[in-house]
Every structure is written in structure tokens, then in C-alpha cells.
Design a protein around this ligand. Sequence first.
Ligand SMILES: Cc1cc2nc3c(=O)[nH]c(=O)nc-3n(C[C@H](O)[C@H](O)[C@H](O)COP(=O)(O)OP(=O)(O)OC[C@H]3O[C@@H](n4cnc5c(N)ncnc54)[C@H](O)[C@@H]3O)c2cc1C
Length: 392
Amino acid sequence: MGFHALIIGAGSTGAALAHDLTLRGYRVTVVERGEVASETTGRNHGLFHSGGRYAMRDPEAARECAEDNAIVRRIMPGLLELNGGLFVAFNEEDLSYKDRFLEACANCGVPAQEIDVQEALRMEPNLNPNILAAVKVNDGVFDPFHFALAFLATAKSNGAKVYTYTEVLDFTWEGRTVTGVHVRDRRSGKEYELGADFVINAAGPWAGRIAAMAGLHLSVVPTAGVMVAVARRWTRHVINRLNMPGDGDIIVPQRRASVIGTTSWRVEDPDFIPIPDHDFQLMLRRAQEMVPDFNQAPVRGVSAAARPLVKTGGVVAGNERWLSRGTYTFNHARDGVEGLFSIVGGKTTTARFMAEQMANFIGEAVGVDVPCRTKEVELLPYHAYYRLGGER
Ligand SMILES: Cc1cc2nc3c(=O)[nH]c(=O)nc-3n(C[C@H](O)[C@H](O)[C@H](O)COP(=O)(O)OP(=O)(O)OC[C@H]3O[C@@H](n4cnc5c(N)ncnc54)[C@H](O)[C@@H]3O)c2cc1C
């Protein structure tokens, strides 16, 4: 026991993993080049998935979402807005998906219930009045920053250290074994080394670059999506279009705004994602189909981020929506590099589950047989992160 694990990246994946590993008795250091959740995690929709969005196309991811939706409700009290979601048919094509959608949800364990159209319109008076069907699911909303901070606050209370504004430049080695990382403090410019028993690459869409520092190839496909936020909450529930996931088919009430998203295209550099005007206009048009007055509201922000998806066989360029939202764990000892693991894929909603998979995997590799406790341990409030110290 007492192995020292160093995690690269403090998005939702690295944060949840820090929590899981500290509960299992590891000494944990998290190294993040920016602020906590400053990249993909901090720029996502904040949809707390019921699993409905993936039920038809990605049943494995749907099952993971449904299971963790129930668990995370217990461990994050007060942090989630459990407002529910509606999958709505706006035309005949959407309507033709309804029965298959209900069947797919049932097969994946995603609770879903058809409701009367008039009831849906009473619940959501700003919806297009010509809707043809509505199905209620357990979607919700989270603040992505708070989500990651709650995991890290709890990890800190169990001894984890978090180094923000600290960029990994390279690995340190003993032969073919990774012994730590060479970092730069982005505030002072100072460079130094941090040692560890092993390193976990949780760098999201940058995970491929981190692996390349060790001479490895990871099939990470940074897949960008655009979101447009307008003033005012136009709906109380999360509104999804009852169809296969597509461009501009979901409206999430988030803080004092409504966010329409999203698109999906492959980018070479996750640090540089220019937002095509076409995508911005498309989002507004699609939102208007669902909520006719949506475009009356002033635009509050337009953002883009890249999903850390993994290319598995069969998906060709231009079809990135077909990439699985599942979790991929790697022990690079298989590739001839000891002391280095990677975790890629998944969703913020399933970060706890992803961390459990990864910590089990690491435990098997290093011979630590301590069961996961993250299903039971209630997380500290997110703001405890700031008073607990343990940060550099
Ligand atoms: C448009 C869009 C909308 C989405 N909406 C949702 C949603 O509504 N609900 C949901 O559950 N999921 C959503 N997702 C998916 C979710 O956001 C991601 O799966 C999740 O945030 C990935 O987290 P991560 O920690 O793996 O990556 P990140 O959050 O990107 O974290 C990786 C971290 O690694 C750091 N890093 C990179 N290189 C280095 C280095 N050299 N040294 C130190 N640190 C480094 C980065 O700074 C970054 O903070 C969405 C994704 C996108 C793109």
C-alpha cells in the first residue's frame, strides 16, 4: 500500500480518479496545466445524462449513464439539478423513432415513460405547439466546475495534492520505466521533476499527445462540438429531439441561460478550435424548430470543446458521431513502457464509473486488492476544495 499515483489532467476524469484512488489508500498527486476543469469538462453542456441520448446508437454508454445517474444522485446531494428531460417528436420522422426509442431504453435500463402531448405542453409552454409525442427521462443538469471540484475536494481531504498551472513537458525514466514527470510551472516558468510509482494519463483530448511523449500511439480522436447559450431559461426540462443524436438537437437550461448544442467534427489540435459561423447559425435554426422564441433572446456565449473519443475499427472520418462514448483503459506495459496508464473516452456524467474501472485495472496491475468505495462515499461540497489546501 501507499503507492504514489500521479494523474495528468484535472478534468472530470482525473478528478474522479483522484477520489477513487485516495479512498483505496494510494498517495495521489494531480498535475493540471490550467485550472481545474478548464478544458473539455468546463465547456460541456452540463447534461446529467439519463442514458436516453445513447440508447439507440451506443447501448453500452447508455447503460453506463443510467447506472451512474442513480449512483451520482446519492453521492452528490445538492449539486445536481434533477429537473428531468423530455425527448420530443417535432415531426413525423421523429415520431417514427418513438417505439424503437422506448424499446432501446428498456433494453439499456434507462427509465423512460411516454407522456401525453398536452401534458408535455403544460410542462413546457415555450415548446413548439405542434409536437407529436413526448417521452420523459431522468436527465438533469450539473455545473461542470462544481462536479470536478467536489471529487477533488474529497480527494484532498484524503491527502491528495493538486498542482494547477503545471504543465507536463515530458516523462522521467529509468530504462523503459516511467518514474515521474518533468513539468513547468506556467506562472513562474520554473521547470522541475515530480516522481511517482506510476503515472496515469487522463489528459482528455490531449491524451494522444501525452502518450506520444512516451513514444506511444493512442487512437484518440478529438471531436469538437459547438454550443450556443442565449439569455433566459426557455425550458425547465432538458429538451432532446426524439431522433438519432444529431446537430443542434438538445437544449439544456443551464444557470440563467439556455444552451443549444451541438455539432461533431474531428479537429487536429484541441487547443485551436475555430467556430464555423455555419455551425453557429445552424444551432440557432435548430433551436427555433424546438422552441420558436429561442432566437428572440440575446446570445450570451458561443463555445466549442473537443470530446476525447477513441477510434475503434469501422468508423471513418466524417462519421465521428458513431464513435463510442465508452471508456478505454490502457496499461502501457503491454507496449513496452512500464509505470504508465491511460484513460480516455466516456462522459462527465460517468466519470465516477470510469474511475472505478481504471482503479480496478491499476489495482490488478500493481497488486492492490482494495474494493471501490465511491458508490457509497458522499462527496464534500465543491467549495471545500478551496479551504482544504493541498494545492500548489
Ligand atoms: C461540446 C461537448 C458537450 C458535451 N456535453 C456533455 C454533457 O452535457 N454531459 C456529459 O456528461 N458530458 C459531456 N461531454 C463530454 C465530456 O465533456 C467529456 O467526456 C469530459 O469532459 C472529458 O473529461 P476529461 O477529464 O477526460 O478531459 P478534460 O476535461 O479535457 O481534461 C483533461 C485535462 O488535461 C489537461 N492537460 C492536457 N495536457 C496537459 C499537460 N501536458 N500537462 C498537464 N495537464 C494537461 C487539460 O488542461 C485538461 O484540463 C461533452 C463534450 C463536448 C465536447
